[in-house]
Ligand binder design. Structure first.
Ligand code: 6PG
Length: 227
């Protein structure tokens, strides 16, 4: 359960292309995909619409969201809409965005209701912060210990410093495949701690593993430098 299959791509573009292919494959197969925010996945989302512009078989979820309206430049949903959804010929069967505009606690409660009865995900995509955070689960935050909820509100532990809604660790890990996409030399230390060291609350990425499935990481050479 703990080991991670690692693919090292030549550069960030190649890493994004590999993730785009995986997303397109899941779109074709159907099921459920959990998307991540941040800047690294943007290119993967843009490219993913090319090989498969018909996403009507899948449902989309998000791992975390910033507490802003969906048209705010900092919204993870907004980024996905511009990079991916606006490029598709057929929209996903369901788009379960986190409602950041409700605020962190009401937004998390609402997502919890939306997730009720949803089974394990098929594919969870995660980025990794330079501090080792995943989704909006930050180092040593009490949210790391929540096991009786699917989604919780959180203060920001990283830029942009606005409140967040995040899936909890058990909900993120309830997936057939958990896939990290990480690029850049500023992530090399976090990558080593998250993928190749003992699990630790100081590095939330080290706690993110598919509970009953495969965990993979697609990295560029710079991010993989300390493995
Ligand atoms: C967010 C995230 C977050 C992100 C990492 C990496 O809302 O910011 O979902 O967990 O994946 O911070 O972000 P970058 O790709 O921008 O480095």
């Amino acid at each position: 359960m703990r080991s991670v299959d690692i693919v090292v791509a030549a550069d960030a573009d190649e890493a994004a292309r590999l993730v785009a292919e995986r997303l397109a494959e899941q779109a074709r197969a159907g099921g459920s995909i959990v998307l991540t925010g941040g800047s690294t996945p943007r290119l993967a989302y843009e490219v993913a619409a090319r090989p498969e512009p018909d996403w009507h078989r899948v449902s989309l979820w998000w791992g975390d969201e910033r507490c802003v309206p969906p048209d705010d430049a900092r919204s993870n949903y907004g980024m996905t809409k511009a990079a991916l959804l606006d490029r598709l010929e057929r929209q996903p069967a369901a788009i379960h965005r986190m409602q950041g505009e409700l605020g962190r606690d009401a937004g998390a409660d609402e997502y919890e209701r939306e997730l009720a009865g949803a089974g394990a995900f098929d594919l969870v995509l995660l980025g990794l912060g330079p501090d080792g955070h995943v989704a909006s689960l930050f180092p040593n935050f009490p949210t790391l210990d929540v096991t009786d909820r699917d989604a919780v509100g959180s203060e920001a532990g990283h830029e942009p410093f606005i409140d967040r809604i995040t899936l909890t660790l058990p909900r993120l890990c309830a997936t057939r495949e958990l896939l990290f996409l990480v690029a850049g030399e500023d992530k090399a230390d976090a990558v080593a701690r998250a993928l190749a060291a003992e699990p630790s609350r100081e590095t939330p990425g080290s706690l993110a593993r598919a509970a009953d499935g495969t965990t993979r990481a697609i990295l560029d050479r710079a991010a993989a430098a300390r493995l």
